[in-house]
Design a binder for this molecule. Structure first.
Ligand code: GRF
Length: 187
């Protein structure tokens, strides 16, 4: 199997990145992580790039032309697939059009419920019965692309937002790889 050269975009902890790196070491997993892009110099996830010797770059999205650097590097590393793993910026329509159906994101709710930020506090306020995660294609509307995999859990009466985060992320670590396998199964 020819693995897809993949770039992972991060902004923070990078626990999904770490999980994808571990999974991609398996010969039968469809992607290889060739590049990591962070918009945050202090992102903890950068440590995984260093540890596993994966090239990484920082982008400063406040610069008008920051995307030139993105495109140059995606080309340099022959990237054909992009995973957004806790990337806290909106991806430009230019990038989305260039990577049509080749960008996926993991979101900590059962989309279409709770698009956007602060999902866990909004879920608690709304007295939701279920929480979960969604891995979906990225299109030009926020958290609105077609879902690929969703996983859910029942919220307990005493769960606070940290419990919800923990339970959600645990599901993300299986949902994200599962979505990637599903996408490339028929290639
Ligand atoms: C994940 O929970 C994901 O749902 C959200 O951001 C979080 C990133 O966590 N989009 P990490 O950086 O992968 O640890």
């Amino acid at each position: 199997m020819v693995k897809k050269n993949t770039c992972v975009f991060i902004s923070g902890q990078g626990s999904n990145l770490k999980n994808l790196i571990m999974r991609s070491r398996d010969d039968s997993f469809p992607i290889n992580i060739r590049l990591i892009i962070s918009n945050n110099k202090k992102a903890y996830g950068i440590n995984y790039a260093k540890k596993f010797k994966i090239p990484y770059i920082f982008i400063d999205t406040s610069y008008l032309n920051y995307e030139n650097k993105v495109f140059l590097n995606l080309k340099k590393y022959k990237i054909s697939f992009i995973c957004l793993a806790g990337y806290m910026k909106i991806i430009s329509s230019n990038l989305i059009r260039n990577f049509n159906k080749k960008i996926i994101n993991v979101h900590p709710s059962l989309l279409p419920k709770f698009k956007g930020l602060n999902t866990f506090s909004r879920m608690l306020k709304n007295k939701e019965i279920k929480g979960g995660c969604t891995v979906h294609y990225v299109d030009e509307k926020l958290d609105s692309g077609r879902p690929i995999v969703q996983k859910s859990f029942f919220i307990k009466i005493n769960d606070n937002k940290f419990d919800l985060k923990k339970k959600t992320q645990k599901l993300e670590y299986t949902a994200f790889p599962e979505a990637i396998i599903k996408i490339f199964r028929n290639y």
